[in-house]
Design a protein around this ligand. Structure first.
Ligand code: SF4
Length: 273
């Protein structure tokens, strides 16, 4: 009897899965990639040294922006690379439009998803094992009296098209999570991407319709993740997603292309060296 009680208590302990924009983008791109990256946690060494340097420089710029927002002296870090100095000067001369309000740097926001959220009228949620926590880390979040603004720094070579940004899960999740965890109406929220290489801003406004649509999409994807038994590869062996995928060798999908034309933000190198 004691053993039975212990066993039933253990089966009630489900894994907690943190769901970021990366999880959602990759789930929509390729189930097998999701399996490799998040379930098997395969981490392949970055073979492309140029790409590695770009990522490193992008991280340093984010650190620099964080320190600057905190009022710290950033001159040492900025002087370590000419591009960091150029980007910092671009921000000084052509900053994005920012609202007045409380500023939060590298701000993490989470939302636990209940089993009820995952169920629908036709399904019992009992078989949906696992708990999900939606997670976002905002480069800069400004909370004003009547508005809130998310800012995201990008070091891509050129500004990314607004439609591509709107479709990406970074935009959808970040705005949804903010609407869900604050008292702001969706129409009071916006997200600004600022591109350091060109000092351009792309502003995305939010609405109740966007908010409801995203909620339904998240519900559908999390239900799929909770129920998934198989993680198939992409049917199209010539898919551009495979050509840029770090797991193409495992899937026997040929050489990686060096010219990036993918629609996936994660696949577009942050800067041109
Ligand atoms: S190579 Fe293609 S099929 Fe394989 S994980 Fe990557 S995207 Fe999916």
């Amino acid at each position: 009897m004691v053993l039975q009680e212990r066993k039933s208590a253990m089966t009630a302990i489900y894994p907690i899965t943190s769901i970021s924009q990366g999880n959602l983008n990759i789930w929509e791109t390729c189930r097998r990639k999701y399996q490799y990256k998040f379930l098997e946690v395969l981490s392949l060494p970055e073979a492309d040294l140029d790409r590695k340097k770009k990522l490193q420089l992008g991280s340093e710029f984010h650190l620099l922006m964080q320190q600057q927002q905190l009022g710290l002296d950033v001159s040492d870090l900025a002087s370590s690379d000419e591009r960091l100095q150029t980007w910092l000067a671009a921000f000084k001369d052509h900053p994005p439009v920012m609202i007045e309000g409380d500023r939060l740097c590298e701000h993490r926001r989470t939302l636990e998803i209940s089993q009820e959220f995952l169920s629908d009228h036709h399904q019992n949620s009992d078989h949906l094992q696992g708990y999900f926590v939606l997670t976002a880390i905002y480069d800069l979040l400004i909370l004003g009296d009547r508005q809130a603004q998310i800012l995201d720094w990008k070091t891509h070579q050129v500004a990314i098209a607004k439609d591509t940004l709107i479709a990406n899960w970074q935009t959808q999740l970040y705005l949804y999570l903010l609407a869900k965890t604050t008292n702001y109406a969706p129409e009071q929220l916006s997200m600004t991407y600022w591109f350091a290489n060109t000092a351009e801003s792309v502003v995305i406004n939010y609405s109740q319709t966007d908010y409801e649509r995203t909620g339904k999409k998240i519900q559908g994807i999390l239900r799929e993740i909770a129920q998934a038994q198989e993680y198939p590869t992409l049917k199209d062996v010539h898919s551009s997603d495979c050509k840029y995928c770090e797991f193409r060798d495992r899937c026997d999908r040929g050489e990686m292309l060096t010219k990036f034309t993918s629609n996936n933000l994660e696949d577009i190198p942050e800067i041109a060296i």
